[in-house]
Design a protein around this ligand. Structure first.
Ligand code: FES
Ligand SMILES: [Fe+2]
Length: 400
């Protein structure tokens, strides 16, 4: 274990936490090989043989729908001499054949052919299945865990399935996807996500739609109360009826889901507030606020009635995080007929890219030898303090 610098509470972390290879290696063990990582969407893995590959740092998992309809997360490492098997990021397969000596695995990871080595050695093929990781599917979202004994998923499943009930993510389709190599430590990406102090200047489009940065004055309060009441009248649970961000995370609490009202006129999170696609799932109209979910360490999502946007983070190195942003619409919606990408994408594409630029600038400043941990605002950066606390508890092996 690396010698970690002392972390004064209420201040940003010491430089080594954002820069050093050995801290990054410790992060992988304590966080990325322990918690549930967002892999993708049920709709991308609908039929037997559909697969995608997820690569947190040096790990590689093939997430595949097997012939029995169950999802499997197979380590992408051949049981012969360890070659990487699958190079494709996603696709459809009948089986997986290792390119090195053609050992062949079924969709459930069982070894089908190995050139007779099993007979030669008198060993049971059953001992040479691909190794498996844990996989869970909830509300149309797929998560994997590399841990032998991951934290129980039931709480996250319950909240996701209850809150995403009407969203129909399991019968959605991917309308667009954008990938980014963000030159910033993954913790800086979360720190940025956990506060909206930067939003007034950093996100001119986003703040028009949301109450995240609104002053809690009588006028905003009355307007928001009316918006929340309208959602509740339509049967929506509004878990966060206040201005500002909901509190997340806390030690032991690595997921959260809440619905939040949008500003009047914003029926959806689009640049002009007007719908950009037909309602998804069992929504019978627009103007349902935003349904927001987060699952540490690699997922957040904003869903309006007509579209959902998921963000997947994967660590590459101490100074790089791979980010994938995916726009989902109802599976029945047709591009050019029911939606256009030039109306669907800008709100979250602009907001996301503004964030990545802020994260990269933050990282560049921290690379300087002059960087010292600076004070967080207890009111505006409470969730950043909470994120650091969650992370430090996880690093000390006491995370839930
Ligand atoms: S390493 Fe895969 S078949 Fe030899
Ligand atoms: Fe932001």
């Amino acid at each position: 274990m690396t010698s970690l610098a002392a972390t004064p509470h209420g201040r940003s972390l010491p430089r080594s936490y954002y820069v050093d290879e050995d801290v990054f290696a410790a992060d992988l063990d304590a966080v990325w090989r322990r918690y549930w990582l967002f892999a993708g969407h049920t709709c991308e893995l609908a039929a037997p043989g559909d697969f995608l590959v997820i690569e947190p740092a040096d790990e590689s998992l093939i997430v595949v729908r097997a012939d029995d309809g169950r999802l499997r997360a197979l380590h992408n490492t051949c049981r012969h001499r360890g070659s990487r098997i699958c190079d494709e990021p996603a696709g459809k397969a009948k089986r997986f054949v290792c390119p090195y000596h053609q050992w062949t695995y079924a969709l459930d990871g069982s070894l089908q052919a190995c050139g007779g080595v099993d007979l030669e050695l008198g060993i049971d093929r059953g001992e040479l299945s691909l190794r498996e990781a844990h996989v869970e599917e909830a509300a149309g979202l797929v998560f994997v865990s590399l841990a032998e004994d991951p934290p129980p998923f039931a709480g996250a499943r319950g909240d996701l399935e209850r809150m995403f009930d009407r969203q129909g993510l399991d019968r959605a389709k991917v309308a667009a996807r954008r990938g980014y190599a963000v030159c910033a430590n993954w913790k800086l990406v979360w720190a940025n996500n956990r506060e909206c102090w930067h939003c007034h200047v950093g996100h001119p489009e986003y703040i028009r739609a949301n109450y995240d940065t609104a002053r809690d004055n009588a006028q905003a309060r009355a307007e928001l109360d009316a918006r929340v009441a309208a959602l509740q009248d339509r049967g929506f649970a509004v878990d966060h009826p206040d201005v500002g961000l909901s509190a997340f995370p806390s030690p032991g609490r690595w997921w959260s889901v809440n619905r939040t009202a949008t500003v009047p006129g914003f029926q959806t999170e689009s640049v002009d507030g007007l719908p950009v696609a037909p309602p998804m799932g069992s929504h019978d109209g627009h103007d349902t606020g935003t349904l927001r979910a987060r699952v540490l360490p690699g997922f957040w999502c904003h869903a309006s009635a007509d579209h959902a946007v998921t963000t997947r983070l994967l660590p590459v190195g101490p100074l790089e995080t791979k980010v994938e942003v995916t726009w989902l619409v109802d599976a029945r919606a047709g591009e050019g007929r029911d939606y256009d990408l030039d109306r669907l994408l800008p709100f979250w594409q602009q907001t996301s890219e503004q964030d990545w630029a802020l994260c990269e600038r933050n990282q560049r400043g921290i690379l300087s030898s002059a960087y010292l941990p600076g004070p967080y605002s207890p009111s505006r950066e409470a969730n950043v303090i909470a994120f650091d606390d969650w992370y430090l508890v996880a690093m000390n092996g006491r995370g839930g």
